[in-house]
Design a protein around this ligand. Structure first.
Ligand SMILES: *[C@@H]1O[C@H](CO)[C@@H](O)[C@H](O)[C@H]1NC(C)=O
Ligand SMILES: *[C@@H]1O[C@H](CO)[C@@H](O)[C@H](O)[C@H]1NC(C)=O
Ligand SMILES: *[C@@H]1O[C@H](CO)[C@@H](O)[C@H](O)[C@H]1NC(C)=O
Ligand SMILES: *[C@@H]1O[C@H](CO)[C@@H](O)[C@H](O)[C@H]1NC(C)=O
Length: 777
């Protein structure tokens, strides 16, 4: 019987063996088995995870008065630790003396490992004291377990102290100890400290330190790669080669991955070549690392080449390889290529996973290919892909961005009301991102009440809001002028323990400013400073905007000074706000000062020049405007944003004809092609003054300009306009005759008609006109 039970258990039928034991007990209530048979059965039951059997066996032992051995307890404690019942394991351990058993170093080892695996290194360390109390000397394995645990928990200092204790106990830290320390230090970002230990291992042979092994080298490689210290990585590689450690594919992969992550894709390619030379076959991981790096650097073509190479080398791309490339295509908006690859992938028996599909889906939404996205989504559902929260969130985001907020809300409802018997239900529960997306969209649509309902719903469903969601409310309420509601939300937010973020402050400042509650606004700025949040350009722009809008331009200007003294860099918006506001109240000199500051901070940009110019024109500051415009022309800016036609009109109206003609001449001379209508008021003006000659000259220019298919407001680098000046000296030109013959105003009228009909279609010039002979000469 005993033999039978034993062999049943050995054949993997512990449960049957134990049931036979029960039958046996009915016949022979107190006939014990040997302790070694119990041990065997318990061991096998544990190996096969029959925890019930373990309990039955242990109880049977006690009933039959068979004393368990220390080994029996070690088995039990190990089993309990492995199945996550650490506290039960400890109880069993504490009972050992009662049963006349003394824990040995293995018992301690097992329990310490249990604590360490559970992230309870401190409690493991306490066991060392218990151990000493019982006269058991800790061995190096126990110490290494603890050192490694402390390192993993980021307690590198404790780990170092423990290493000291190893030495005090007369033990010698071995390579495992050192690897644990190096691994822990690297993980904690202390790669320099790790490298010091690493160097000691290499040089201090007299101290009897262990030599680095492959694991040590790989740990250092990873550490240096993580910190982007690629030169050190190469030194490690050199050392490995010099000390005759063969570089295995694993080390190469770490190196590759480091290079790629640090943007050194070309070097990575060299490493891949070196592997081939050294006869180390790249694995699929190597190729995937390479492709990922290439894709992230936008080198899709090269990534595709890598895929061909791997196929040629007999390594079949896996779902990861395809996903990488697919993601690359998607990110570049190459939807057709992505689809092609997807087909290719499926044809090669490689089925897209959730990540692949999600990535494609997201790109389709982003590209605005809503129909394709919906089609893909349906296909995913059909093929039985379990849609997860990530997928849903992508879909919701897509819906909201394409204005289908109602559909998004419906989908959210769907997410909550899934079949209850579905195993994967938890994978697709709405989360914070889901709610932020929807609440944000509802707020933007002005549906604050609905947004609030969703907020209440999420809290009711135990999805707890974070500061982002609160910020959405605060920001939208402020924008809508509902500042007091915003402050109520804020109160709730602070009650929940969230501090105001910079974004929160900025929203509130805008809200208060828009209501002209400047005293409160400044108070908030003081508060944010006190709490260690520095106002940024957005804060200042919000304040400046509100102050300007309520006519407090002086205070707004002071804020610009404050920005400059506090080192907050204003941007173009800041300057535009101030310049406009100053010009509106006729403070052109201060406006010009601000303009000068803006040029020194943002550089001489077309945007600033055109803005300043237009404001000056609108304020009838024509001489100032002329200066700005002339410098703009000198800088060859595009002049499409300059209201030069309006400017010239105003000059003429103000009887500053000379100035107007100066401007026109300069534009012509600088080889601009521009709106021919700008000539009209000047021509009219000159004619009225009786200056027919100059009027004719301009009229001719106007026709030249008008015969361009489309004026471009650009400097015409081909210099056709400039060269056409010669045409004007050619008296054969028909138009000249017309202009001479008529009294001028009729000619002007005709030209106006031409302009209104649209330039370019009706060719104005004489077919025999030699004008194109000069083009590109
Ligand atoms: C990914 O899809 C598979 C089915 O293809 C599913 O079993 C799995 O749970 C999904 N993963 C997640 C995280 O939802
Ligand atoms: C909020 O700010 C206080 C100090 O003003 C700080 O003590 C606290 O840790 C912060 N809370 C959070 C969640 O950041
Ligand atoms: C200036 O900064 C504000 C706030 O950061 C930003 O909203 C705005 O777009 C910026 N303007 C420009 C022209 O960059
Ligand atoms: C110069 O002339 C060529 C050919 O006529 C034309 O394609 C090009 O756009 C012109 N460049 C500019 C700056 O007008």
């Amino acid at each position: 019987m005993v033999l039978f039970v034993g062999s049943l258990a050995k054949a993997g039928h512990v449960n049957i063996a134990v049931s036979k034991l029960n039958v046996f007990r009915l016949k022979y209530p107190n006939k014990p088995f040997s302790v070694s048979l119990y041990n065997l059965l318990i061991r096998l039951a544990l190996e096969q995870n029959y925890m019930d059997c373990v309990r039955v066996l242990y109880e049977d032992m006690i009933v039959c008065r068979v004393s368990p051995e220390t080994y029996t307890f070690n088995l039990l404690i190990g089993g309990l630790c492995d199945s996550g019942c650490l506290d039960d394991a400890r109880k069993v351990f504490d009972k050992m003396p009662e049963r006349g058993c003394v824990p040995n170093e293995f018992t301690f080892g097992i329990l310490v490992r249990g604590y360490c695996r559970d992230g309870r290194g401190e409690e493991g360390l306490e066991l060392l004291e218990v151990m000493r109390g019982m006269g058991v000397v800790p061995n190096i394995v126990i110490y290494n377990t603890l050192v490694s645990a402390f390192c993993k928990e980021g307690k590198t200092d404790e780990a170092e102290k423990l290493v000291e204790r190893i030495r005090e106990d007369g033990l010698v830290p071995n390579v495992v100890t050192f690897n644990s320390r190096i691994s822990g230090l690297c993980r904690a970002g202390k790669v320099l400290e790790a490298s010091r230990i690493f160097r000691d291992m290499q040089v201090d042979k007299e101290l009897g330190l262990p030599q680095p092994n492959t694991i040590t080298y790989n740990l250092m490689l990873e550490g240096f790669c993580k910190e982007g210290m690629m030169e050190e990585v190469e030194t490690v590689i050199e050392t490995m080669k010099e000390s005759g450690v063969s570089l295995e594919v694993q080390s190469y992969n770490i190196w590759l991955s480091g290079l790629v992550r640090n943007g050194k894709v070309l070097e990575a390619q060299d490493v891949l070549n070196e592997m081939a030379e050294k006869g180390v076959s790249p694995t699929i991981v190597s190729y995937n690392i390479m492709m990922d790096g290439l894709c992230k650097n936008g080198m899709l073509r090269d990534a595709k080449t890598v895929m061909s190479i791997m196929k040629k080398d007999g390594v079949a791309p896996d779902v990861v390889s395809y996903s990488i490339l697919l993601h690359g295509y998607c990110k570049k908006g190459k939807i057709n290529e992505a689809n092609e690859l997807l087909r290719n992938m499926i044809a090669n028996g490689c089925f897209p996973n959730n990540y692949t599909c999600n990535s494609l889906l997201e790109s389709l939404w982003k590209e605005g290919k809503v129909l394709e996205a919906e089609e893909l989504l349906n296909k995913m559902k059909e093929r039985g892909y379990a849609l997860d929260t990530v997928t849903y969130n992508i879909v919701l985001d897509g819906l909201c961005k394409s204005g289908k907020v109602d559909k998004a809300v419906e989908t959210l409802h769907e997410m909550w009301n899934q079949e209850d018997d579905d195993n994967n239900k938890n994978n697709r529960m709405p989360d914070l991102i889901t709610y932020s997306t929807i609440i944000n969209a509802l707020c933007k649509d002005g549906k604050l009440e609905e947004a609030k309902k969703k907020f209440i719903e999420m809290v009711g469903r135990n999805v707890y809001p974070d500061s982002v969601i609160y910020d959405i409310f605060v920001s939208n309420l402020c924008k809508k002028g509902k500042v007091s509601s915003a402050f109520r939300v804020l109160k709730d937010m602070e009650k929940k323990g969230y501090n105001k973020s910079l974004q929160t402050y900025n929203s509130l400042i805008l809200g208060l400013g828009m209501k002209s509650q400047f005293f409160e606004m400044y108070g908030l700025v003081d508060e944010m400073r006190e709490r260690g949040t520095s106002p940024n350009v957005c804060t200042y722009n919000n304040m400046i905007r509100c102050l300007c809008e309520s006519g407090q331009t002086d205070d707004a200007s002071k804020l610009l000074d404050e920005m400059l003294t506090k080192g907050v860099s204003p941007n173009i918006s800041t300057f535009k706000l101030l310049i406009r506001s100053l010009c509106l109240i006729g403070e052109f000199k201060p406006a010009h000062d601000v303009f000068d500051i803006s040029l020194s901070i943002c550089g001489h940009t077309e945007t600033l020049y055109s803005f300043m110019f237009n404001e000056l024109v609108a304020g009838d500051e024509l001489m100032e405007a002329k200066d700005v415009f002339m410098s703009a022309l000198d800088r060859c800016f595009e002049i499409g944003n300059f209201k030069y036609a309006d400017f010239i009109g105003r000059l003429c109206k103000a009887e500053m004809l000379e100035c107007a003609s100066d401007v026109l001449r300069k534009m012509i001379k600088s080889r601009y092609s521009f709106d021919p209508a700008s000539f009209m008021p000047v021509i009219d003006g000159l004619r009225m003054m009786g200056n027919k000659r100059e009027a004719d000259e301009f009229a001719e220019w106007m026709l030249e300009m008008g015969s361009e298919v489309k004026f471009s407001n650009q400097v015409n680098r081909n210099a056709t306009v400039f060269n056409r000046r010669k045409v004007s000296n050619n008296n054969e030109n028909n138009w000249q005759h017309i202009l001479h013959r008529d009294d001028g105003s009729r000619a002007t009228l005709k030209i106006v008609n031409k302009i209104q009909k649209g330039w370019g279609h009706a060719r104005i010039s004489n077919p025999q006109s030699p004008q194109y002979d000069f083009v590109d000469s």
